[in-house]
Design a protein around this ligand. Structure first.
Ligand SMILES: *[C@@H]1O[C@H](CO)[C@@H](O)[C@H](O)[C@H]1NC(C)=O
Ligand SMILES: *[C@@H]1O[C@H](CO)[C@@H](O)[C@H](O)[C@H]1NC(C)=O
Ligand SMILES: *[C@@H]1O[C@H](CO)[C@@H](O)[C@H](O)[C@H]1NC(C)=O
Length: 226
C-alpha cells in the first residue's frame, strides 16, 4: 500500500502523512493504541521518571506485573516515533486560526475537512445535518455596557469590539448566548461569584438586589448556575 499524503490549507501545511513502511491500517491501529499507551505511559513516566534504564517494569502494589509490562518494547517506540509534534501544532493552528462559531460557514468547512482526514485514513464518516436553535449577536447593533453618573452622563463605555482581534474577518462581537435583546438600567450591585452564600451575605447586610443589575465574577461555580 502506498503512503498517502494529505494537505490542508496551503501546499506547505502537511497535516497527516503516514511514514514510509507503515501501512495506513497499521498506523491507525497504532494511533488508537497510542491513546491508551500514552495515558498509561504518562502516569508511569510521572511516577518512575528516575527509574533505571534496564526496562524492568515498575512494581506497583496490587497491580499485576503483566499489566504494566511491554509485551514488545519495540511497539511503544514505533508509536512514539509515529507521533510528530509539528503535525499536532499544524493541526491545532489550522483548526483555530479563523473564527468558527457553531453553525456558520467556517464551522462547516472544518467539519468537511475533518471528514476528509478521517476518510483519507480509511474510515467511514457520515455527516448528519440537524436543526438547532442557536443565537448570534447582531453585527449592526453590538451589545454595550455603560456606566452613567447621577446626571446620566456616560462615564464608562465598554468596548463593543475586542480591540485588535476584531480586525480579523468573522470575529464575533461579545454577546451572551440565548439572552434576549433588551435595554436594562439599574443600580449596580457587586455579588462576588454569584453563589448562594454571596446573596445571603448581601441580604444579611441589608443590600436588596431587587431591580438592580448584579455584577459577578467568573469562577468558583459553573457560569450557567450564576
Ligand atoms: C451633575 O450636574 C451638576 C450641575 O452641572 C453638578 O453640580 C453635579 O456635580 C453633577 N453630578 C455628577 C454626579 O457629576
Ligand atoms: C493594537 O493596535 C494598536 C494600534 O492600532 C497597537 O498600538 C497595539 O500595540 C496593538 N496591541 C496588540 C496587543 O497587538
Ligand atoms: C427588595 O426590594 C423590593 C422592591 O423594592 C421589595 O419588593 C422587596 O420586599 C425587598 N426585599 C427585602 C428583603 O427587603
Amino acid at each position: 500500500m502506498s503512503s498517502r499524503r494529505l494537505h490542508v490549507g496551503s501546499e506547505n501545511d502537511l497535516i497527516f502523512s503516514p511514514k514510509e513502511g507503515i501501512s495506513k491500517t497499521r498506523l491507525l491501529l497504532l494511533l488508537a493504541a497510542s491513546l491508551v499507551v500514552g495515558f498509561v505511559a504518562g502516569i508511569l513516566i510521572g511516577r518512575y521518571a528516575t527509574q533505571n534504564e534496564d526496562h524492568s517494569p515498575p512494581e506497583i502494589p496490587d497491580v499485576s506485573l503483566p499489566l504494566v509490562r511491554d509485551a514488545d518494547p519495540t511497539i511503544s517506540k514505533k508509536i512514539l516515533d509515529a507521533i510528530d509534534p509539528a503535525r499536532i501544532e499544524a493541526n491545532l493552528r489550522y483548526l483555530s486560526e479563523k473564527p468558527h462559531i457553531a453553525g456558520r460557514e467556517r464551522d462547516f468547512e472544518l467539519v468537511k475537512q475533518l471528514k476528509k482526514i478521517f476518510v483519507d485514513s480509511g474510515m467511514y464518516v457520515q455527516i448528519t445535518p440537524y436543526d438547532a436553535l442557536l443565537s448570534y449577536p447582531s453585527d449592526d447593533t453590538p451589545n454595550s455596557v455603560r456606566i452613567l453618573d447621577g446626571n446620566n452622563t456616560v462615564v464608562y463605555d465598554a468596548k463593543a469590539d475586542e480591540s485588535n482581534f476584531s480586525n480579523y474577518e468573522g470575529v464575533v462581537p461579545p454577546f451572551n448566548a440565548y439572552s434576549p435583546n433588551r435595554l436594562v438600567e439599574g443600580s449596580l450591585v457587586y455579588a462576588g461569584y454569584g453563589r448562594v452564600e454571596d446573596y445571603i451575605w448581601l441580604a444579611q447586610n441589608n443590600i436588596n438586589v431587587s431591580g438592580s443589575i448584579v455584577i459577578v465574577k467568573y469562577g468558583s461555580i459553573f457560569r450557567g448556575d450564576k
